[in-house]
Ligand binder design. Structure first.
Ligand SMILES: CC(C)(COP(=O)(O)OP(=O)(O)OC[C@H]1O[C@@H](n2cnc3c(N)ncnc32)[C@H](O)[C@@H]1OP(=O)(O)O)[C@@H](O)C(=O)NCCC(=O)NCCS
Length: 189
């Protein structure tokens, strides 16, 4: 077993049967604008639909900041032909307690193809094997049924409710906390 812990020396590109997971670059900003400009995609995440390239650049800078700070990674997800279909990441890496938080967003027109599950399976394996995680968490806004369904399929279980944890558009939302532990994870679940 590889005992080395991921050290952020270079961005780790990954591949699944149908998808490429790679660093998000300034060349992706138009795709990011289309993606996060869709109200369906951001309905249950802590942002409003973006409207400008400048906002897409801000998102990119924010995500790149996690890698620079060495506490998280956000991969862009593409099809084999390079079509941008979304992003996924492991964030808030706590090295002492060996946990991190997972997130994923798939462009609206690609929903329901299994891409979210396929991409997250890959980075969950990265979390266990390269980051030596013991626990991976997910925070899901109550009502985000697709996300709840996907996380349960990946083997996550709900632990509790963070009451009124998210303030968005002047309204507070309850957030569900899910997790999976290394010892219970089944990659093929
Ligand atoms: C959550 C998300 C990433 C899933 O991506 P995806 O590629 O469509 O996911 P998959 O195709 O792998 O799986 C979708 C599953 O959810 C199910 N599903 C879709 N809508 C659903 C709903 N409203 N209620 C219950 N299940 C639903 C699908 O039937 C499918 O299940 P199956 O594999 O058993 O057939 C995508 O919906 C998304 O980007 N949402 C917006 C961003 C977001 O909210 N991210 C989560 C933040 S925690």
């Amino acid at each position: 077993m590889n005992q080395r812990v991921f050290d952020f020396s270079s961005f780790p590109s990954l591949a699944t049967e149908r998808l490429m997971l790679r660093e998000i670059t300034p060349e992706d900003v138009t795709a990011l604008l289309m993606h996060f400009g869709n109200p369906e995609v951001v309905k249950f995440i802590a942002m409003q639909p973006i409207k400008t390239i400048a906002q897409a650049n801000e998102w990119l800078k924010w995500m790149g900041g996690f890698f620079a700070a060495k506490d998280g990674l956000r991969w862009g997800i593409t099809l084999q032909d390079g079509t941008f279909v979304g992003s996924t990441g492991l964030h808030l890496w706590n090295r002492e307690a060996h946990y991190a938080q997972i997130g994923c967003d798939i462009a609206h027109k690609f929903w329901g193809n299994g891409y979210g599950q396929e991409a997250m399976r890959e980075i969950i394996d990265f979390g266990w094997n390269q980051m030596k995680l013991n626990r991976i968490e997910a925070e899901i806004v109550m009502g985000n049924q697709a996300s709840i369904h996907v996380m349960k399929k990946l083997g996550f279980q709900q632990e509790g409710v963070l009451r009124q944890r998210l303030l968005k558009g002047g309204k507070f939302y309850d957030v569900l906390i899910f997790s999976v532990l290394r010892q219970e994870y089944r990659g093929d679940s």
